[in-house]
Design a protein around this ligand. Structure first.
Ligand code: ZN
Length: 72
């Protein structure tokens, strides 16, 4: 069931009032800080749920080639 396709969306622009780090179900690009989905992290990220690039800051081709697995 593709629930991940539902944009959590309109609240993305809210001020950063969440504690950095562990927020269940929330993942951010380590490079630019953009919100990324859990599925994105699972597919393109590291085994410990980090991504160092996303479609906001990295070309999609590079992400798909594993560019998000390592810091630049
Ligand atoms: Zn990014």
């Amino acid at each position: 069931m593709p629930t991940s396709m539902i944009a959590r969306g309109s609240t993305v622009q809210t001020p950063q009032n969440t504690p950095s780090g562990s927020y269940p179900g929330e993942h951010r690009c380590r490079n630019c800080g953009a919100f990324v989905t859990r599925d994105f992290v699972r597919v393109f990220g590291t085994n410990d749920d980090k991504v160092f690039g996303c479609f906001e800051c990295m070309h999609a081709t590079d992400v798909k080639r594993g560019g998000a697995l390592h810091p630049k």
